[in-house]
Design a protein around this ligand. Structure first.
Ligand code: MRU
Length: 358
């Protein structure tokens, strides 16, 4: 379509989400750390499937994926002679319904659908509007990497030399188009010669920490140690954690943070042990329409992810399991939200100011 493709990855970690020959190419995160493979999607239903089964995951990566998903639907609508406006909203609604917590997904789908509809209303042809949608998806993807690098630069100020950093889930390049948010801060600190060491919470049920964060850090040659989620309290007590940095799926207007289940207990432990707790996220993860964390919809996922590990059943057949995918950390536990515009206090006024500035 004649639009430049974003260069998100580097030679160590390829782009998580990329447009390749008219298809959406995703790293298949289900196979990591054993196999680095790619999945290609050509229909919006395939994109929805890849989001649902965690081929692609992480809030910023979901935003870019949804954006490309709408673009794919619009090229298909051109081929089928369907009205662009209907196709755009239909695709956006479908994508948004797959995972409700990450606001970036909703934003990526809406922005691309909106751009295409504006183009049609301005008199452009259906195919030109689909091209506009793709250009907008490319912009979202390229923007993600630029913003993550800025998050890294700002967050680096908070990392002392030799810091022992605890992180949870995966908020690295794999959770974004590239570079990462929480791990972006660690990368920036490593690049500044501070030699951070990362404690990686394994992150049950699907082990984004042990599988994905550890894989990224190994590729980046940043030392890390994986720990069972239940070991965090003991590490805080023995004063072996200097700071905690996590990502976010949605930040409410008052600074409450939704992130991977298990984040909230880490914030409570950090407060108890007087260890700083930081959330690294782009402004696109802030949702000012949701006043507090109480209003954030938390996704419930299939029980199967809990009763099995790597496909093997570990709990008796017939047992029920809770698989609440995220928890809410109240703003009071968050020392700083590290954004691409700098450090933001987790309160209503500071959050409003950074969104208005963006
Ligand atoms: O269920 P997941 O793997 O999509 O959850 C991801 C997280 O909780 C991340 O911490 C969050 O999306 C931030 S990613 C930069």
């Amino acid at each position: 379509v004649g639009v430049p493709r974003p260069a998100a990855g580097d030679d160590r970690i390829p782009p998580t989400v990329a447009w390749h020959d008219g298809r959406l190419r995703l790293i298949d995160q289900r196979g990591l750390p054993h196999r680095l493979r790619f999945v290609e999607c050509v229909t919006v239903d395939e994109v929805c499937g890849a989001i649902a089964n965690l081929t692609v995951r992480g809030a910023p990566a979901l935003g870019a994926t949804a954006a490309y998903g709408v673009a794919l639907a619009l090229f298909a609508a051109c081929d089928g002679g369907d009205p662009i406006e209907d196709a755009a909203w239909h695709a956006a609604a479908k994508l948004m319904a797959v995972r409700p917590t990450a606001v970036n997904l909703e934003r990526g789908a809406r922005d691309v659908a909106g751009a295409a509809i504006d183009a049609v209303r301005a008199g452009q042809s259906a195919r030109a509007a689909a091209g506009v949608a793709l250009a907008e998806a490319h912009r979202i993807a390229a923007d993600d990497v630029t913003r993550n690098r800025a998050i890294g630069t700002h967050g680096n100020e908070l990392v002392p030399p030799g810091a022992r950093v605890l992180t949870h889930c995966n908020a690295g390049a794999l959770a974004c188009v590239g570079y990462g948010t929480a791990l972006g801060v660690v990368r920036a600190a490593a690049a500044a010669g501070k030699h951070p060491h990362v404690w990686v919470g394994e992150t049950r049920p699907v082990l984004q920490g042990a599988r994905l964060t550890a894989w990224e850090l190994r590729r980046l040659r940043i030392p890390c140690t994986v720990l069972p989620d239940a070991a965090a309290g003991s590490l805080f007590a023995s004063r072996e954690i200097d700071l905690v940095i996590v990502g976010a799926d949605r930040i409410a207007a008052n600074g409450d943070v939704a992130n991977k289940i298990g984040t909230y207990p880490l914030a409570v432990l950090a407060a108890q042990h007087e260890v700083p707790f930081y959330v690294a996220a782009p402004v696109a993860t802030i949702d000012r329409m949701t006043p507090t964390g109480d209003g954030i919809v938390v996704e419930d996922r299939p029980a199967d992810e809990v009763v099995r590990i790597a496909g093997r059943r570990i709990a008796p057949r017939g047992v029920t399991a809770l698989n609440r995918a995220f928890d809410i950390t109240p703003a009071a536990f968050v020392q700083w939200i590290i954004t691409e515009h700098g450090l933001v206090a987790a309160n209503h006024d500071a959050v409003r100011r950074v969104v208005e500035r963006d």
